[in-house]
Design a protein around this ligand. Structure first.
Ligand code: FAD
Length: 544
């Protein structure tokens, strides 16, 4: 371990490996799952790793679960195939699937898995694009039964939910009180709060309300070795008390505190201070100045540390009236250059998209009438303002328009204050992924460089560098995303179907760098999830 690598306390003791979709050894060593067989708790809470025979143990596990839980136990080939992938490029056949009806079912499932050393993987809507949601593990699907909103307190702007609740269900309920859950991924009608928490999801309105970690107050969690606890912000006095009480809880808090004390300065220096930093464990939340917030530190841990049984989340005021201003620039790079200027006017959403996306929509005849509504340009910013009244929302938009008119390069501008028209324009942006996938007459495009994130003030330069890098290697893509937070989405036309194409991909993304400077030379600096593909899977190795 280098001095810059941080050793984490083992909260998980056997939840799936942190890079589940990549371990080729998992593919080669397993028949039916149970590859790494990590955890056997001892009386002291220590967990010994052991390798477990696959199919026999799998059958035993299924049989035991059927006697212990009320929910569904699906270890048949069809169910395992159904859950073998998510919205990513990866595929891992799970050991089996459990669909719990309540917390007790989850506790029993994890306990039974732990006894046999089988990894567990929680799952919500399964819309992850980086393979977070598929692995050789016992998959626990929260979306079917554990999706209740348990309480909503409009005074304190809080909601308590089960992890399987779909975001739109929470938002619809919260809107009755003019409140909302701020982060809103494009998958809002499918994604669950549990999945959002473990992905640290963001969305169009994260400019207004932050990421999921900014909106989580408390979590009820279950560790792999069976400890159930509520975690949240922890004062120093409370931390001291918990550690003093001892037991497994005290042990975990003590190790987290030791980690904070040992690496605090490194965490302060090393974690980039950008609005869309979602990669890696959320260690900054353990710092004293951030309240030793164990719940927020767990946000983004992708089911590698704990299983979330319930969450208390914060809600924010939902502006009742919204006006949408579209700015058209000659290209998406110039649109990117103007982000700081637009942000200064405090929009509640600031999205961007390029002409490749619009061209793809036209080719696919996807909302053609909506595309016609865009003002002239080759790159657009969608800027939403909120207010208590139409006049207030419009006034905010017009103030930005007046400021931009004083610019040497005035963009084309169109203000949509008719909610129906604004909705049709949002459809254009939200159709991004669908529009750029499988465009007739063009190469297929793939996710894998999703959510690259840079400081918003550097976005224009980053987009230029990224385009140049891809062009130099003969790749093409549309560029769009949450530009107000410096976050870019794209699907790239990697050739993953021929040997030559795969070799080229491997050379660019997978070949182990000889030094960190070699990596820097190949990839423009960002926190893109693309590097997660670095170890890919055995199938890819075999093909190349
Ligand atoms: C077209 C498209 C657009 C997208 N747009 C956005 C976007 O704008 N912003 C964005 O942030 N993301 C986006 N995503 C990614 C994804 O939709 C979101 O991150 C979403 O919030 C994931 O929710 P889910 O319920 O589908 O989670 P899942 O994919 O089911 O799970 C996500 C992670 O959470 C873990 N998990 C789930 N439940 C629990 C639990 N109870 N306990 C512990 N761990 C758990 C899973 O193991 C996994 O690691 C997009 C994806 C697609 C396909």
């Amino acid at each position: 371990m280098s001095k810059h690598e941080v050793e984490l306390p083992d909260l998980s003791r056997g939840t799936h490996d942190k890079s589940p979709r990549h371990h080729s050894d998992a593919v080669t060593n397993s028949v039916n799952g149970f590859v790494r067989g990590p955890a056997q708790p001892t009386t002291t809470g220590e967990v010994r790793r052991r390798k477990v025979d696959s199919s026999e143990t799998s059958a035993e596990l299924a049989a035991e679960l059927r006697t212990r839980i009320r929910g569904e136990v699906r270890f048949d080939a069809g169910s395992r195939a159904l859950y073998a992938t998510d919205a990513s490029n990866y595929r891992q056949v799970p050991i089996g699937v459990v669909i719990p009806k309540d917390i007790n079912d989850v506790v029993e499932t994890v306990a039974a898995a732990c006894r046999r050393g089988a990894p567990v993987l929680a799952r919500g809507g399964g819309t992850s694009v980086a393979g977070q949601c598929c692995n050789v593990a016992v998959v626990i699907d929260f979306s079917k039964y554990m999706h209740r909103i348990l309480a909503l307190d409009p005074e304190r702007k809080r909601a308590r939910v089960e992890p399987g609740v779909v975001l739109d269900d929470l938002r619809d309920h919260a809107e009755e009180y003019h409140l909302t859950f701020g982060p809103d991924p494009s998958t809002h009608n499918h994604c669950t709060l549990g999945g959002m928490i473990d992905n640290n999801s963001c969305g169009v309105h994260s400019v207004m309300a932050g990421k999921t970690n900014d909106n989580v107050e408390e979590l009820e969690i279950l560790t792999y070795d069976g400890l159930r606890m509520r975690v949240g912000e922890t004062s120093e006095a409370e931390l001291e008390r918990i550690v003093h009480e001892g037991g497994r809880r005290g042990e975990i808090y003590s190790k987290l505190r030791a980690l904070r004390d040992r690496y605090g300065n490194l965490i302060r220096e090393g974690f980039p201070n950008i609005p869309r930093r979602v990669s890696g464990y959320n260690l900054p939340w353990l710092l004293a100045e951030n309240g030793f917030h164990v719940a927020r530190a767990l946000v983004g841990s992708e089911s590698t540390c704990v299983t979330v049984l319930g969450a208390t989340v914060g809600l924010v005021s939902s502006p009742p009236v919204r006006s949408l201003l579209i700015l058209g620039y000659p290209d998406v790079y110039q649109a990117g250059d103007h982000i700081p200027e637009v942000l200064a006017h405090k929009p509640i959403a600031l999205e961007g998209m390029d002409d490749h996306l619009v061209a793809a929509m036209k080719k696919k005849r996807l909302h053609p009438e909506n595309v016609e509504l865009l003002p002239a340009g080759g790159g657009w910013l969608l800027v939403e303002f909120g207010g208590e009244s139409r006049a207030e929302a419009d006034a905010r938009a017009r103030a930005l328009m007046e400021a931009l008119k004083r610019d040497p390069n005035v963009p084309s501008m169109k203000l949509f204050d008719d909610p129906d028209e604004a909705r049709t324009i949002w459809l254009v942006r939200r159709s991004g992924l669908g529009a750029t996938a499988r465009v007739p007459g063009e190469n297929d495009t793939w996710e894998g460089w999703e959510d690259s994130a840079v400081p918003p003030e550097k976005l224009g330069g980053y987009l230029r560098d990224l385009r140049k890098l891809l062009t130099d290697h003969g790749y093409n893509c549309a560029l769009y995303g949450h530009f107000g937070q410096g976050c870019v989405h794209t699907r790239i036309d990697f050739d993953l179907l021929t040997q030559a194409g795969i070799q080229k991909y491997r050379h660019l993304f997978i070949a182990p760098p000889t030094s960190s400077s070699a990596t820097a030379a190949r990839f423009p600096a960002s926190t893109a999830t693309a590097n997660r593909a670095a170890s890919c899977c055995q199938r890819c190795s075999d093909r190349s």
